[in-house]
Design a protein around this ligand. Structure first.
Ligand code: G3I
Length: 323
C-alpha cells in the first residue's frame, strides 16, 4: 500500500499525466473518487473518464440513493438509479459511497408532511436505513441541531436509530455522519466532535466523519489541517466527501492559479493526517457541477472544465499528494 514516493515522482515525470487515485493510494489512502449522477451516464466521453480507475477508485451517486429516489412511497423501495451506478462501479472495481440515508433535503412529501409521532417516525427511519452516509447535515452553522422533521419529532434519537439500523443491515459498511462548513475549527466542527463523542460513549456505531468540502477559491479555512487532525483524533475515519472549490466567474488566470493552490492545500492536509482515508470530488467536470445552478454567477469549481480538459487545479491535486 505504501509505495515509496520517489518511485511515484519518477513515474510522474516520465509519463504525460499524473493520476489522482494512483497518487492517493501511494500516499497511503484508500481512494480518490468522484460523485456522478445517472443522467450523465449517457455521455460516452464522460463515462470513459469516470471509469478511469487511475484517477477514480470510488464513486458517490449524487442523487439516486437519496430518500426521494429510494423510498418515494412509504415502504416501496426503488433502487434502479443507485443500482445502475453500483453496477458500473462493480464492473470497474470501484468503491461506492452510499449517499445518503437521512437528510432534510430531497425527502418525499409523505415523510415531511406525514405528521408522524416520535415512535412512528423512528420506525420509518429504521426501515429506511440500510447503510451509507447515514446522517447528512444534522447541524446548523452555529453548532445547534437543524430543525428537520426528524429532529423536531425525535430529538437526536433519529441519529442513534439510523446508525443502529445501518449497522444491523450491513456489518461491513463504514457508517458516517456527513456535513458542510466543518472544514475549519469552529462551532459546527466542535458540535460534530461532541456528537461523535456522545455516540461513542453510548456505544452507538459510528465509523467516520464526512467533511463535505464545498469551498470558495481563496477561502480554505486556515485551520483546515488541524481540524482534520482534531476530528481524526476522536478515533474515527475522516474523509473529504464532496470536494469542489468555486469562484466568481469569469475564471481568470489568477483565480485558476489560486484554485490550484487551494486544491493542493486540501489534498496535502488529507495526506498529512493518517485518519483521512480518501477524497471525493463533487463531480470532476464543470459540465455537471451543481454550483452554477445553486450560486448565480459562480462556477468553474471542478478540476476539469466543461469540455473535459484538465485545469491547473488538477495539478494542484497532484502536487498535494506528491509533495
Ligand atoms: O430530477 C429532476 C428533474 O426531473 C427535473 O427536470 C429537474 C429540473 O430542475 O430537476 C431534477 O431534480 C434536480 C436534482 O438535483 C437531480 O438533477 C433538483 O432540481 C436539484 O435541486 C437537485 O440538486 C442536487 C442537490 O444536492 C439537491 O439538494 C444536486 O444535483 C446534488 O449535487 C446536490 O448534492 C448535495 C449533497 O447531496 C449534500 N451536500 C451538498 C451537495 C450540494 O448541494
Amino acid at each position: 500500500m505504501f509505495k515509496p514516493i520517489s518511485l511515484v515522482v519518477l513515474g510522474l515525470f516520465s509519463s504525460a499525466v499524473a493520476q489522482l487515485n494512483t497518487l492517493a493510494q501511494a500516499a497511503g489512502k484508500k481512494y480518490f473518487g468522484t460523485a456522478t449522477d445517472n443522467p450523465e451516464l449517457s455521455n460516452t466521453s464522460y463515462v470513459a473518464q469516470l471509469r478511469n480507475t487511475a484517477d477514480f477508485h470510488q464513486l458517490t451517486p449524487a442523487n439516486s440513493m437519496k430518500w426521494d429516489a429510494t423510498e418515494p412511497s412509504r415502504g416501496i423501495f426503488t433502487f434502479q438509479g443507485g443500482d445502475q451506478i453500483v453496477a458500473l462501479a462493480e464492473s470497474n472495481r470501484q468503491l461506492i459511497r452510499g449517499h445518503n440515508c437521512v437528510w432534510h433535503n430531497q425527502l418525499p412529501d409523505w415523510v415531511t408532511s406525514g405528521s408522524f409521532d416520535n415512535a412512528t417516525l423512528l420506525s420509518i427511519v429504521e426501515n429506511h436505513c440500510v447503510s451509507w452516509d447515514v446522517i447528512n447535515e444534522p447541524f446548523n452553522d452555529d453548532g445547534t441541531f437543524r430543525e428537520s422533521v426528524f429532529f423536531s419529532t425525535t430529538g437526536t434519537s433519529y441519529i442513534t436509530t439510523a446508525l443502529r439500523a445501518a449497522r444491523a443491515a450491513d456489518s461491513q459498511a463504514k457508517l458516517y455522519i456527513n456535513d458542510f462548513n466543518i472544514e475549519g475549527r469552529g462551532p459546527k466542527s466542535t458540535a460534530m466532535a461532541q456528537l461523535v463523542k456522545q455516540l461513542q460513549a453510548d456505544r452507538v456505531p459510528i465509523d467516520g466523519i464526512g467533511i463535505q468540502g464545498h469551498l470558495i477559491v481563496g477561502e480554505v479555512p486556515p485551520t483546515f489541517a488541524q481540524n482534520l487532525q482534531d476530528l481524526a483524533g476522536l478515533g474515527v475515519e475522516v474523509a473529504i466527501t464532496e470536494l469542489d472549490i468555486r469562484m466568481t466567474l469569469p475564471a481568470t488566470p489568477e483565480l485558476l492559479a489560486q484554485q490550484k493552490a487551494d486544491y493542493e492545500t486540501v489534498i496535502a492536509a488529507c495526506k498529512a493526517v493518517d485518519g483521512c482515508v480518501g477524497v471525493t470530488l463533487w463531480d470532476w467536470t464543470g459540465k455537471f457541477s451543481w454550483v452554477p445552478g445553486a450560486f448565480a454567477g459562480e462556477g468553474a469549481a471542478c478540476p476539469w472544465d466543461e469540455n473535459f480538459v484538465r485545469k491547473p487545479a488538477f495539478q494542484g491535486i497532484v502536487n498535494g499528494w506528491v509533495f
